[in-house]
Write a new protein. Structure first.
Length: 162
């Protein structure tokens, strides 16, 4: 998968990973970064605002509210942010395996959003359940199914040789 990523986009992703996995083990940081990447891939996220939009949606679903108090620029003197940034970069270069098995949405284990009620989790990592969004509904075939030819009553075809 080739998702073009700018440095500011990676900072947004790292901030989202840092925000969601502040008190989580390393596997949670990795899982959240992979979930963001999988969601961006499923949304064909090559446009510039995609990272911010996707991260904002995921954080809103997880936390209810995106933390607006976080500074717009985080300095690299914060070790937790550095870990989140490093993990995000390693996920984007395929240096870390996806522990979520392709999940593109998640929620905390102590909450049950309505959308998750009918879904089967792909993984429980740290404090989060991870899910793969269901595939889009299958579209009807472009060619109509061949139906048998129906003859009106009393108009059956003549038998050959009769």
């Amino acid at each position: 998968m080739n998702l073009k990523m700018s440095h500011p986009d990676m900072q947004i992703i790292a901030l989202a990973v840092w925000h969601a996995a502040r008190r989580e083990p390393e596997v949670s940081r990795r899982a959240i970064a992979w979930c963001i990447r999988n969601r961006m891939a499923s949304h064909a996220g090559s446009e510039a605002e995609c990272a911010g939009r996707i991260c904002g949606q995921l954080l809103q679903e997880v936390a209810g509210v995106v933390d607006r108090s976080a500074p717009k620029e985080i300095c690299f003197d914060n070790p937790d942010y550095c870990r989140a940034f490093a993990t995000s970069c390693l996920v984007w270069c395929d240096d870390l395996a996806d522990p979520t098995d392709g999940a593109n949405i998640f929620h905390r284990h102590d909450a049950m959003p309505a959308w998750a009620a009918a879904m089967q989790p792909a993984a429980l990592l740290g404090s989060y359940f991870f899910y793969r969004a269901p595939p889009p509904p299958r579209l009807a075939s472009s060619s109509p199914a061949r139906l048998p030819r129906i003859f009106p009553p009393n108009e059956l075809p003549e038998r050959a040789g009769a």
